[in-house]
Design a protein around this ligand. Structure first.
Ligand code: GLN
Length: 498
C-alpha cells in the first residue's frame, strides 16, 4: 500500500533506480482495483493484459539500457469516453455498451508513446452529463471519503480511482467542470488545460466548443507532468493549438519550492462567494487566501459580473452542442439498435425506439433542451443570448487579467453530498457548476487543488489563469498546495478495511 500512495514523480524515480519494476507496480494497481472496485465502482473496464504487456516491454527496455521517456512504466487510467484501440468504450451509456473502439484517441497515442501502462477505463455520468456520477448507466461510483457520498462528476470514476490509490493519475474530460469538481470533492488535483492544448480527436464529443481532456492526480506536479504528456499539436483536431505546452512540470516544481510569493498578484472573484456556498467551503477558501497573502502575495478583490450569468449561458450552449453531437447515436451510425415494439419498422421508428431505450433521462433532457434552444423561433432568444454572455465572460477575464496574474475561487460551492440528495433537484445539481463553467466558456486553463477540510471532507481551491498560461496556473497551484495541510489530499479511509 505504501507504494501505491507515492506520486507519479516518485514512482518514476523508483523505476529508474530499479527499486521497483513496472510489472510489479502495474500488478499492485491491478490488485488494488480488483480488491476495491466491487465496492467503489470506479472502473468500468480493467485491462490487466494490455497494461502488463506495456509494463513488461518497459522493464525489458530498461534492462537492455534503452532510453525511455521520463514516466515510462507508471500506470494510468482513462475516462470511458476516450477511445482506445480494441477496448470497450461506453461513455457510461447503454447506447455504446459492447462497442469496441477501432482506433486510439490522440491522447491515448500520447500515453502509449510515453509508455504508460493503461490499467482501464473509469466510470462517468452518461456522456459526461452530470456532477455526481449518478447518471452512469452502470451504477454510481462511491467517493472513497464516505460510503454515501458522491465522488463528483462527470469524472467521478477517475477522481475516486486516484483518491483511493488504485492508480497514481488518470485522464478526465472537462466540459463544465468534470475534472475539477470531482477533484474538489475527492481531495485530488484536477486541471482543465487551455482549450486546444490537448487534442479532442477520439474523445467522444459532448459540447465541442467546451470539451477539453486533462489530468487528475494527487499532486500538482504530477498533474502538470501528465498534461505535458497529453499536450500535442494534432492535425486531426481543427481546434488543436499549434504550440504545445512545455515547462509545466518545471513551473509546478518551482511553485512548490517558492517561499516568498512577493510579486504574485491574486484576484479573488467577488461574485464567487456568498449565497449558495457552504460556510465551511468559504472558510477553507478564505484561510487559503490568507496563507498566500502571508507569504507575500498581493491579494485584491476583482469583479467579474458576467460570471453570475455563466451558468445560464452554459446550460444553453452545452445542450445546443449536445443535441447536435449526440445525433450520431441513432442505431445506424452508432449505438445499440432497438426495433420498435409495435407498428411499422422505419428508419424513424427504429431511431426513436433506439434513442428512447438507450439514453438515460439526463441525456434526453439535454438533447430536448438543446434542440429547443436552437429551433428557428427561439434561436436568438436562447442560443444567441447565451453567446453574448459568453463574450461578456471573455471580456471580464480580459479585464481581470490586466490587474492580476491569476483568479481564484472555491472550486465547488459544497463538499461531497449524499447520493440521491440532489438527483431530483436539477437546479441544485446544475448550480454545482457555477464556479467551473466560466473557464470552459472562455477557454482558459483552470485547476482545482485540495485546500483543506470542511466537516471532515475535502474542499477544492480553483486557480484560473489566462489562455496559454497553463505553466503559470500550475506554478500558482503548487504554491497553494505548498501552503495547505496535507490532510485534505490524503484520503484517510483504507477502503475495504472499515
Ligand atoms: N457538471 C457539468 C454538466 O453536467 C459538467 C460536465 C462536464 O464537464 N463534462 O454539464
Amino acid at each position: 500500500m505504501e507504494l501505491l500512495k507515492k506520486s507519479a514523480v516518485e514512482l518514476a524515480a523508483m523505476l529508474r533506480a530499479g527499486e521497483v519494476t513496472s510489472v510489479e507496480l502495474t500488478q499492485a494497481c491491478l490488485d488494488r482495483i480488483e480488491a476495491e472496485n466491487g465496492h467503489l465502482n470506479a472502473f468500468l473496464f480493467v485491462d490487466a493484459d494490455g497494461a502488463l504487456e506495456i509494463a513488461r516491454a518497459v522493464d525489458a527496455d530498461r534492462v537492455a539500457g534503452k532510453e525511455l521517456p521520463p514516466f515510462a512504466g507508471v500506470p494510468v487510467a482513462i475516462k470511458d469516453n476516450i477511445c482506445q484501440l480494441g477496448t470497450p468504450v461506453t461513455c457510461g451509456s447503454k447506447m455504446l455498451e459492447g462497442w469496441i473502439s477501432p482506433y486510439d484517441a490522440t491522447v491515448v497515442k500520447n500515453l502509449k508513446e510515453a509508455r504508460l501502462p493503461i490499467v482501464g477505463h473509469t466510470n462517468m455520468d452518461e456522456f459526461a452529463m452530470g456532477s455526481s456520477t449518478e447518471n452512469s448507466a452502470f451504477g454510481p461510483t462511491t467517493n472513497p471519503w464516505g460510503e454515501n457520498l458522491i465522488p463528483g462528476g462527470s469524472g467521478g470514476g477517475s477522481a475516486a480511482a486516484v483518491a483511493a490509490y488504485m492508480v497514481p493519475w488518470a485522464l478526465g474530460s472537462d466540459t463544465g467542470g468534470s475534472i475539477r469538481q470531482p477533484g474538489a470533492v475527492t481531495g485530488t488535483v484536477g486541471a482543465k488545460p487551455t482549450y486546444g492544448n490537448v487534442s479532442r480527436y477520439g474523445v467522444v464529443a459532448m459540447a465541442s466548443s467546451l470539451d477539453q481532456v486533462g489530468p487528475c492526480a494527487r499532486t500538482v506536479v504530477d498533474a502538470a507532468a501528465l498534461q505535458e504528456i497529453l499536450s500535442s499539436h494534432d492535425p486531426h483536431d481543427s481546434t488543436s493549438l499549434p504550440q504545445v505546452a512545455t515547462g509545466l512540470h518545471d513551473a509546478a516544481a518551482e511553485g512548490m519550492a517558492a517561499q516568498d510569493l512577493a510579486g504574485l498578484r491574486i484576484g479573488v472573484v467577488k461574485e464567487m462567494s456568498g449565497d449558495g456556498f457552504e460556510p465551511g467551503v468559504l472558510a477553507v477558501f478564505e484561510e487559503t487566501v490568507e496563507k498566500l497573502r502571508a507569504r507575500g502575495a498581493e491579494v485584491t478583490e476583482v469583479s467579474c459580473p458576467a460570471f453570475d450569468s455563466a451558468i445560464a449561458a452554459y446550460y444553453l450552449i452545452m445542450p445546443a452542442e449536445v443535441s447536435s453531437n449526440l445525433a450520431r447515436f441513432d442505431g445506424v451510425r452508432y449505438g445499440n439498435r432497438v426495433e420498435p415494439e409495435s407498428g411499422p419498422v422505419t428508419a424513424e421508428t427504429m431511431m426513436s425506439a433506439t434513442r428512447g431505450a438507450m439514453f438515460g433521462a439526463e441525456v434526453k433532457r439535454r438533447i430536448i433542451l438543446g434542440t429547443y434552444a436552437l429551433s428557428s423561433g427561439h434561436y436568438d432568444q436562447f442560443y444567441g443570448s447565451a453567446l453574448k454572455v459568453r463574450t461578456l465572460v471573455h471580456r471580464d477575464l480580459d479585464a481581470a487579467f490586466e490587474q492580476v496574474d491569476v483568479l481564484v475561487t472555491p472550486t465547488a460551492p459544497t463538499v461531497a453530498f449524499e447520493f440521491g440528495s440532489k438527483k431530483d433537484d436539477l437546479m441544485a445539481m446544475y448550480m454545482n457548476d457555477m464556479t467551473t463553467t466560466p473557464a470552459n466558456l472562455a477557454g482558459v486553463p483552470a485547476v482545482s487543488v485540495p485546500a483543506g477540510l470542511a466537516d471532515g471532507l475535502p474542499v477544492g481551491f480553483q486557480v484560473i489563469a489566462p489562455a496559454h498560461e497553463d505553466a503559470r496556473m500550475y506554478k500558482v497551484a503548487a504554491m497553494v498546495e505548498a501552503v495547505t495541510d496535507p490532510s485534505a489530499r490524503e484520503c484517510p479511509i483504507e477502503v475495504g478495511e472499515k
